[in-house]
Each structure stands twice: as C-alpha cells, then as structure tokens.
Design a protein around this ligand. Structure first.
Ligand code: PLP
Length: 441
C-alpha cells in the first residue's frame, strides 16, 4: 500500500505546536516577531514593540548585536561542529575561563549544556555523582522550594514548585521535597530584600530532622525566584541555607539562569547577596540569547572529588550532550562576554536599577495592582485575579502586545526585565504602556 503524501498548506500556522502557549487562541490571533534591534521588536504588521522582558530574560545586551552575529558566522565557516566527547575545540576552554573569571572564587569548573533545563538536570546528576564519589551514594534526596522554576526536564519539573507545570505529568522523580516559598503578605510592596523571612530557611533543617542529613544530596534555589514573580530573598535567608548545608554536608546549588550575567547589578546573584554556593546553573544571557547554551559551574571541591575518585584513563562523569559546547554557541558566548566587559553592563544595571525600581513602584497607586517586588533590573507586579487565575494576565499581555510592549506573564503576574542596555527612555516607555493598560482594569 502506498502512503499518500500529506497535503500541508504553505504558510499555515497549524503545524508548529508552540511551547507554554494557548495554541488555539494564538492561531486565531497570532503574535509574530519578525525583527529585533536594541530594546525593540517589530511584529509581522510592522508595529514596533519595546522589549520589557529582554526576550525571555536572555537578551541582556540588547537585540541584533553585530559582534555576536559576526562571531557565530565566522565560527560556522571555520569549524561548524566538533564533538566534545574525547576531543574538543579551543573556544570552549576560553569561554569556561571567561565565565570562571566572573563567578565567585572557588567556583571554577564549567560543564556546558544547551539550556537552563539541561543545566538543572546536569547539576542534579553532578550532585549525585559527588556524593557517590565520597561513598555517600545514599544521598538521593533533593530539596527545593515552592514557587521555584527550574525548567522542564524531569529533574527540573520535579524540583519546580509550580502546580500547573507538575500536575499534568504526575510521574516526577521521587525524593524531592519543597521548602516554603518566601512570599508573604507582610512583604507586599517591599522594594529589594524583605527584612522578615530569614527563618523560612529553617525548613531545610526540618527536612534534615525528618529525613536525616545523610539522605539529602543538594538544595536548589534561585537566588531570586524569577518566573513565579520575582521573589527577592529575605535578608539573611540565603546565608542561613548556606550554614545549614555546611553543617550537614548538603550541596547548595544556585539556579542563576535568570539572575546570572548582571540582572542583579552584579555578575551573579551569589555576589549580589554575598553567599557562595557549591554549584551554579546558567543559561539565557550566557550567549545573549543568540545561541542555545547553558552551563553548570562547579566548585573545585565538587570537580576534584568526582574526577579524583575515578580510576585513571576512565571517564569520570558519564554525562554530556551532542551539542555540549557547540562551537557556534561558544563563539556567541565569547562575543557576549566581550560586550559585557567592554560596556560594563553589570555596573550599568546597578546604576539604572534605582530609576527602574522607582518607576515600577510608582505603579502601586493603580487599584488592580496587589503587589510589586523588585531587585536590580528585575521586577514584577501582581494583578488582582478576575475569575480564573491567569485570565486577566493573559488579557493584559495581549493588550500590551497590541499597544507596543512585549512582556512575560506568569498567571496574573507581569515580570519586567528590560535589557541592561536600556536607557531611561525605554524604561519610561515600558512603564507608560503598563500604566495606560493597567488603569483600565
Ligand atoms: N531555571 C530558571 C531559574 C529559569 O528561569 C529557567 C527558564 O526560564 C530555566 C531554569 C529553564 O531554562 P530553559 O528554558 O533554557 O530550559
């Protein structure tokens, strides 16, 4: 029997199943981006939109950076692909060095991945391998937090604390327990780090008391929980987690996928909040969004424990991806690091932050707003829900897109993260769009 060729209509929007999207509604009323430059997008109708979320928190140095495009193009012509299993390309070593220059002292070993989700699953496996190398292979449990977002692979889905991301997939990995999140009504409209809430870190101690420290491999937290609405850590909270981890031999992992590369006004959340983890997960702004790439940065202790435990001539970590350290991604990463350095973008973020947060918090007078939070160049506002959660947020997102603002929403929470190259003018445009649209709710 011969199979008839499928008749797929040219230019149909039907066949791409979009991620985290209301596919049916989208296809009735598509929102297509066709061009980007600096802090702006242009949609398929030719309308200009200010980018209020740096793409998806990754385009820190602004869109259309010629230096990155040139580096990627040159690299693809010179060496389009090299495996990184038993051979390598020189660029990845240089990029690892540049990244390690920015991370806190002692966090020096960089394992490349292709996304934040892969970084999280990689860090979970490194944590397990570390304990096994120390003959503590019974440490299989992971601690994370409610309202955490650690990507969408099975490890990250299990660590995440967002019900909609978990409930559909029932079969998340066993042995993950969640601390309480750090939002409370007391912290509403607090700018920067709340004074109260450090004691919520003692949830980790409670798990130690309940399950035994010897069963816990690692504790994962985002320094600022980003995707669930910018929950800034209370003063002393991360230090307290660090102390409990140290006391009980638990690895502390900071998921810096959003916080990393200047979003907090420092290179990483670790430096912004003065706490050094044992591992950091990175992605997004590592390549300014121009190539898919992530990384796990491990401490010398973690790296050496795993590597030294393996017999000589044996592979030390049975993990890696075909596209780990892809040459084009390395080229994009190096060009991005050059831009961050030359343009001093992390300092620039620190300088622009007070203005940005002033403008964000000025929206507090709008009746529909129930909370605003922010730190560095990252802020969020909550809208009072109307009907089912998320309906209002979705409506606002569509209205803003039509009016000229691209913004990332999680339910009824809008997350604002302008590119770090933004001027006050673009901040004003973002806030202007928000005020105008929110005032109608
Ligand atoms: N971790 C955090 C903190 C994130 O915000 C994200 C994505 O937003 C991820 C992990 C997953 O990254 P990716 O979408 O690149 O897999």
């Amino acid at each position: 029997m011969t199979t008839m060729p499928k008749k797929l209509t040219a230019n149909s929007l039907e066949y791409h199943w979009l991620p985290f999207t209301t596919n049916r509604d989208f296809k009735q009323e598509p929102r297509l981006m066709v061009k980007a430059e600096g802090c702006y997008y242009w949609n398929h109708r030719g309308d200009k939109l200010v980018d209020g979320s740096s793409g998806l928190f990754n385009v820190a140095a602004g869109h259309g950076r010629k230096e990155i495009a040139d580096a990627v193009s040159k690299q693809l012509r010179e060496l389009d692909y090299s495996p990184h299993f038993q051979v390598a390309c020189p660029l990845s070593f240089e990029l690892a060095r540049r990244v390690a220059q920015l991370t806190p002292a002692g966090l020096d070993y960089v394992f490349f991945t292709n996304s934040g989700s892969e970084s999280i699953d990689t860090a979970m496996k490194i944590a397990l391998a570390y304990h096994r190398a120390r003959n503590e292979g019974q440490r299989l449990r992971f601690v994370s937090r409610e309202r955490a977002y650690h990507g969408v692979n099975f490890g990250g889905t299990s660590l995440s604390g967002m019900v909609r991301n978990r409930e559909t997939f029932g079969a998340t990995i066993p042995g993950v327990v969640h601390m309480r999140h750090t939002w409370s009504p007391e912290t509403r409209f607090v700018r920067g780090q709340p004074e109260t809430g450090a004691e919520l870190a003692d949830d980790l101690q409670r798990f130690v008391d309940l399950y035994g420290a010897s069963s816990i491999a690692a504790c994962f937290v985002e320094p600022i929980a980003g995707s669930t609405g910018v929950l800034v850590p209370p003063k002393g909270y991360l230090d307290r987690l660090r102390a409990i981890c140290d006391k009980h031999g638990i690895l502390l992992v900071f998921d810096e996928v959003i916080c990393g590369f200047g979003r907090t006004g420092k290179a990483f959340g670790a430096q912004a909040f003065g706490v050094t983890p044992d591992m950091m997960t990175l992605a997004k702004a590592l390549t300014n969004g121009a190539q898919p790439m992530g990384a796990v940065v491990a401490s010398t202790k973690v790296y050496e424990t795993i590597v030294d435990a393996a017999p000589e001539h044996a592979i030390e970590l049975f993990h890696g991806y075909t596209y780990s350290a892809h040459p084009a991604a390395c080229a994009a990463g190096l060009a991005t690091m050059d831009i961050y350095e030359k343009e001093g973008l992390f300092d620039r973020a620190a300088e622009l932050s007070p203005y940005f947060l002033d403008q964000m918090f000025a929206l507090s007078d709008l009746p529909v707003i129930t909370d605003i939070r922010g730190y560095g160049m990252l802020a969020a506002f909550d809208m009072a829900p109307a009907g089912k959660p998320g309906v209002r947020g979705y409506e606002l997102m569509k209205q803003l897109f039509a009016a000229g603002l691209h913004l990332k929403f999680t339910g009824d929470c809008g997350i604002v993260a302008p590119p770090l190259v933004a001027e006050k003018k673009q901040i004003d445009e973002i806030i202007g769009h928000l005020r105008q649209a929110l005032a109608k709710f």
